[in-house]
Design a binder for this molecule. Structure first.
Ligand SMILES: NC(=O)c1ccc[n+]([C@@H]2O[C@H](COP(=O)([O-])OP(=O)(O)OC[C@H]3O[C@@H](n4cnc5c(N)ncnc54)[C@H](OP(=O)(O)O)[C@@H]3O)[C@@H](O)[C@H]2O)c1
Length: 250
């Protein structure tokens, strides 16, 4: 029997990048997946690409809006009844020097990357099965300070904190909560920030393994944390960065 048979996993930001790669990986192991994101066209394209019929449900959702999350949870309840896992992966990157950050910029990033993650989980709790698994998406930027990222990095630090506090909170139901902190992973988000060949080469030079990461590298880790292979791991952060934050490349 496939490892995720009979299991349903919600993936926010499931229409692209790491979220979509994780959806593919889970479907391959027999799961049903729910993709949530704002852009309907992007979701439709992802559903087509996944080509998994009734095993995929796409629900247009802005995670910064709790009313959207209520609707999302209701749709999942109607279609599949419950969830065995949640990958709270949706996020945006917005980079500028701290002196240039406006209140609106601040609220926008915090609204999606922290509030959005927080309520994605708490709104899912009524349909999340006991013994389920929650995976959050952090960032290597919580380990090294970088100008331009003050708000973004703080939201990701908050996400890592949530993995620990919610592991305590939800442990009574056997629900595990862990975080992944990706390094340089080539997705739309990365391309928007460092898409040129020169920029990629420069970033590669900081990675001990000498290559940029792929969405599949993160999907493999999300798969592990969502599966029973990690059944005694909770409150942890796994940094998936090719050695970016720990080791000097030769
Ligand atoms: N790529 C990297 O190098 C890197 C490194 C560290 C951490 N991360 C984190 O990894 C996660 C996934 O990013 P990615 O690299 O896979 O980039 P991506 O392809 O841009 O994925 C981000 C996803 O989040 C969704 N999203 C953004 N705002 C949303 C909102 N308000 N409501 C619902 N969905 C929303 C986007 O869909 P819509 O626009 O359609 O809503 C998109 O599908 C993010 O949390 C990011 O911060 C990325």
């Amino acid at each position: 029997m496939a490892e995720f048979n009979g299991k349903t996993v919600l993936i926010t930001g499931g229409g692209s990048g790491m979220g979509l790669a994780t959806a593919k990986r889970l479907l391959g192991a027999g799961a049903r997946v729910v993709l949530a994101g704002r852009d309907e066209e992007r979701l439709e394209k992802a559903v087509k690409e996944l080509d998994a019929g009734e095993d995929v449900l796409a629900v247009p959702t802005d995670v910064a809006r709790t009313a959207d999350l209520d609707r999302l949870v209701e749709r999942v309840r109607e279609r599949y009844g419950s969830l065995s896992g949640v990958f709270a992966n949706a996020g945006i990157a917005a980079f500028s020097r701290s002196a240039d950050v406006t209140e609106a910029d601040f609220d926008h990033v915090v609204g999606i990357n922290f509030k959005g993650v927080y309520f994605t989980i708490t709104k899912s709790l009524p349909i999340l099965e006991d013994g389920g698994s929650v995976v959050l998406n952090g960032s290597w930027l919580t380990h090294k300070g970088l100008a331009f990222t003050s708000v973004y990095a703080a939201t990701k630090a908050a996400v890592i904190s949530l993995a620990r506090t919610l592991a305590s909170d939800l442990g009574t139901r056997g629900i595990r909560v862990n975080a992944i902190s990706p390094g340089y992973i080539v997705t739309d988000m990365f391309e928007a920030v460092a898409g040129s060949e020169e920029a990629k080469e420069e970033h590669r030079g900081h990675v001990a393994l000498g290559r940029l990461g792929s969405a599949a590298d993160i999907a493999d880790t999300a798969f592990f944390l969502l599966s029973s292979r990690s059944s005694y791991i909770t409150g942890q952060e796994i940094v998936v960065d090719g050695g970016l934050t720990t080791s000097v490349p030769l």
